[in-house]
Design a protein around this ligand. Structure first.
Ligand SMILES: [Zn+2]
Length: 69
């Protein structure tokens, strides 16, 4: 019951369903990258108007944000 306390960034991998851990976060731009603890897939999140994180895309490389303009 208390084991997941504080894990506000918890999510699930879209590929294998394992839990994600925080890889990178940018509060100024309102985005963050989570990485799968099992397969290493990166998950790119964007912050919405109500402060809710929304999954934008998932990929094998960590620099997808920089490529997309
Ligand atoms: Zn995975």
């Amino acid at each position: 019951m208390n084991e997941k306390a504080g894990k506000t960034y918890a999510g699930k991998c879209v590929d294998c369903g394992a839990s994600l851990e925080l890889y990178e976060i940018d509060f100024k731009k309102g985005r963050r990258i989570m990485q799968c603890t099992r397969c290493g897939l990166y998950h790119f999140y964007k912050k919405g108007f109500f402060g809710k994180w929304k999954l934008v895309k998932a990929g094998r490389v960590s620099d997808l944000w920089r490529k997309s303009k």
